[in-house]
Design a protein around this ligand. Structure first.
Ligand SMILES: [Zn+2]
Length: 158
């Protein structure tokens, strides 16, 4: 299923791309501590919710004790403002790069890694996830680094 595919893609990016691992890790250590991003993505539950919970379950720094909650916007790309509170990703807002194009699978990889960054403590941003969203409220700078360091097509920007 799509969540499992996104989790596997996230783990593969962390294992295959050292810069992606470093981006998602508070330290340079590869030791399997409770904030190690590979261990966290292997451990935490990733569950679908549709109860108005925002930001896919924002729980900074909880590591393996956290969870990732998936919102309706995880499943398709839309520019309908009605979905701004449902975790949708608008590439023009989500990244500080011109004309980023994402497949649904790519978008889900970015979302999973964004949320993983909350759990490992490297992704902290302001805002409550409610529209109208501003770049700093969606973690635009961090998302751009995910794109550059964790997605194959982002490597051109390194
Ligand atoms: Zn966030």
């Amino acid at each position: 299923m799509m969540v499992d595919n996104a989790r596997l893609a996230a783990k593969k990016a962390l294992v295959d791309k050292p810069k992606c691992f470093d981006l998602l890790s508070l330290t340079d250590s590869r030791s399997p501590g409770t904030l190690n991003p590979v261990r966290v993505i292997d451990t935490v539950p990733v569950t679908y919710v549709n109860d108005g919970t925002l930001d896919f379950g924002y729980s900074p720094g909880l590591g393996v004790d956290g969870r990732i909650s998936i919102l309706p916007g995880f499943y398709f790309i839309t520019f309908d403002p009605a979905y701004q509170n449902q975790g949708y990703v608008d590439p023009s807002l989500y990244f500080d790069l011109p004309a980023v194009q994402l497949s649904v699978a790519d978008m889900q990889l970015v979302v999973i890694l964004h949320e993983l960054g909350h759990l490992t403590g490297v992704n902290v941003h302001e805002g409550d996830g409610r529209a109208p969203l501003l770049p700093e409220e969606v973690g635009q700078e961090f998302n751009t680094q995910i794109y550059v360091n964790c997605l194959d097509q982002g490597a051109a920007y390194q």
